[in-house]
Design a binder for this molecule. Structure first.
Ligand SMILES: C[S@@+](CC[C@H](N)C(=O)[O-])C[C@H]1O[C@@H](n2cnc3c(N)ncnc32)[C@H](O)[C@@H]1O
Length: 239
């Protein structure tokens, strides 16, 4: 959070006022961080970040006795391994379109007798719905009772305010050339159904705007009320 406040303090006021994207990113990061904190407080000793990219939780939340796994495309992971400091998480290279994340994690040492928190942040929208259902279902099957899931979903393009639409177009431009294309766009009820239909008990559902209002500090000055209310965050529990 200190990093976010530092970035925000150095932005010109006009940019800041318009920085709905930054407000949304801060909300997303803080909501997933809260899920990690809750899991650690509940004595969960395994955290597996799926589609980890440059996620830093393995370092920021590092503590004795807790194992962090990071699953991602091999190519993305190679670059991260080159840059990341030690001690490192357990890196697992896999393609989510062709390999089961759950099975691959187990092959790399995930203990199926102990609960785990799966962090799936900023990933589902780049995969087809069937793959997301299969992967979330597979994570449930590969994990002990009491395991948790934290996952977010991108809304249909025509939802949200005109400002959100402009923001979407800018994000689309930013993604060009990255190889990431939006594939799964669903609203909140569909997102909750997808999580529940994959075998998880959906214990928390919220919108990114609600998360922004409750988690982003007001002193950041970020426009939390303009964050897209149709972006969904869901927490699941394996019963
Ligand atoms: C937008 S980034 C999100 C990264 C990180 N979770 C975050 O929130 O900052 C999407 C991530 O999903 C990974 N990803 C997308 N499709 C994938 C696939 N088919 N197999 C493995 N990883 C994939 C990408 O490599 C990338 O790291």
């Amino acid at each position: 959070m200190v990093a976010i406040v530092n970035v925000v303090q150095h932005l010109p006021t006009k940019v800041l006022a318009r920085s709905v994207t930054l407000a949304g990113l801060a909300a997303r990061l803080l909501w997933f961080d809260a899920q990690v904190t809750e899991a650690l407080d509940a004595d969960i000793k395994q955290i597996a970040v799926i589609g980890a990219g440059y996620d830093s939780r393995a370092w920021r939340f590092r503590r004795e006795g807790v194992r962090f796994f990071e699953l991602d495309h091999g190519a993305t992971q190679q670059e991260k391994k080159r840059r990341a400091p030690s001690p490192a998480p357990i890196y697992v290279a896999a393609d989510l379109t062709t390999q089961s994340a759950g099975e691959t994690l187990v092959e790399h040492g995930l203990d199926t007798s102990l609960p785990v928190l799966f962090v799936v942040e900023g990933v589902t929208m780049y995969l087809d719905e069937k793959i997301v259902r299969d992967q979330l279902g597979g994570l449930g099957k590969s994990s002990a009772v009491g395991s948790r899931l934290a996952v977010d979903f991108y809304p249909p393009r025509d939802t949200g305010t005109s400002l959100n639409h402009r923001q979407n177009r800018l994000q689309h431009l930013a993604r060009l050339g990255s190889g990431e294309t939006l594939r799964l766009t669903i609203d909140r009820s569909e997102a909750v159904e997808l999580v529940a239909g994959s075998g998880w008990d959906a214990i928390e559902e919220t919108s990114l705007r609600e998360a922004a209002r409750s988690l982003v500090p007001s002193e950041s000055g970020l426009p939390v009320n303009a964050v897209n209310e149709h972006k969904t965050l869901v927490a699941g529990l394996r019963l």
